[in-house]
Design a protein around this ligand. Sequence first.
Ligand code: NDP
Length: 462
Amino acid sequence: MSSYDYDLFVIGGGSGGVRSARMAASLGKKVAIAEEYRFGGTCVIRGCVPKKLFVYASQFHEHFEDSAGYGWTVGETSFDWTKLIENKDREIARLEGLYRKGLDNAGAEILETRAELVDAHTVRLVKQNRTVTAERIVIAVGGGPNPHVALPGHEFCISSNEAFHLEKLPKSILIAGGGYIAVEFANVFHGLGVETTLIYRGLEILSRFDQDMRHGLHEAMEAKGIRILCQDVIEEVTRTPTGELAARTKNNELLTVETVMLALGRDPATRGLGLEQAGVKVDERGAIIVDEYSRTSVPSIFALGDVTDRVQLTPVAIHEAMCFIETEYRGNPTSPDHELIPTAVFSQPEIGTVGLSEEEAAKRFEELEVYRAQFRPMKATLSGRAEKTIMKLIVNAADRRVVGAHILGHDAGEMAQILGITLKAGCTKDDFDRTMAVHPTAAEELVTMYSPSYRIRNGERV
Ligand code: NDP
């Protein structure tokens, strides 16, 4: 009989926390999980899920326009932001209920409170003002938007958190950042009819992606009417006498908009968590430092998901939780595998990607074959929409392995999932070549690009 109140105490009811609590409880462990806000975490409550619903909402106006070429006449259309928010909130509440039910069914105790560490085995439940003990503790508290406090006027700006609950749709928005959130929300707001400007400090948006994807998306967004300012940053935001916001930029632009949104990365939510007191080490960004089994500097305390700032993605947090369970409760030490993570940017068009960008691959391999196709998607023929799809395979010439696959176009995220399997399996270009095409699809290009578009040798295009 354990001398602790619980076998496992989980702090944080997001993707990683819920998964570890549910799995441990279903293995017969005595588990409690504390959450101070809502179960489901960033992904379900104010991230991936509501974002995707917004993406769908924002695509309809193009669908209506495109239908004309296919013989349809669509009557007058209008958009009701309040209705979208209400319906979205209902769906999020349903999903939150499922998360709770899963925990309940597995026998985990749900605690609606903030929880903070006291020592290696003790947690303080803030709401109840009492402490409990556990043999193991998992910290899975995620992160929050970087508030950019160095920016004068940052208090006037919103983050993605507030974007999900705006009382009304703004007429105009300025979004700062060039990452996933900035790019996705720029497309969402533009699609819903908001005059949208994106401002990014670097040369080209989406710094960690393949150049072709970055340029291709940039062009497509500008062609839709989104203004993109690169190599510029907001230096100050002030409120104008008419209640709008004026953003002055480094390049001396003065942008007057209704809303300014900052999407400048997300910080680990470790402040005030009692980490120092318990002896849990963090890095300079406040992220919890863990070993290859998600164990912190305190042997009984583990951390997973965004709070460790390894890869900030929901499926990664879930995977880390499963590895923790395997290691600690199934006697099968398993470290998370962070190699070849497929991912999608739900921009319009989407980007789906797995593996190395051309630029990264060129640094690692002596010779690359690059297969590249650019074409007009079939649906655009009758709709008349000027859009293009780009597909790219990066192949290590030495062993013919496909080391990167990148798609810009409709359903790129769906395709990235399947491509992820092929790269994980170590497929070569010859495996792609001997795979029969599915016709007519866009994805068939992936198996019909027979000769390289160009080669990269020692970093130089030849
Ligand atoms: P990202 O890390 O993707 O992007 C942050 C952006 O902010 C970068 O363009 C960065 O520039 C810029 N930036 C950072 N600090 C400053 C600064 N002080 N001044 C000006 N610009 C700055 O973060 P996001 O906030 O977009 O998203 C957070 C995480 O959430 C992502 O890393 C992603 O893993 C996850 N996410 C995933 C999604 C998906 O899977 N579809 C969707 C949304 C989020 P630079 O590039 O030059 O560093």
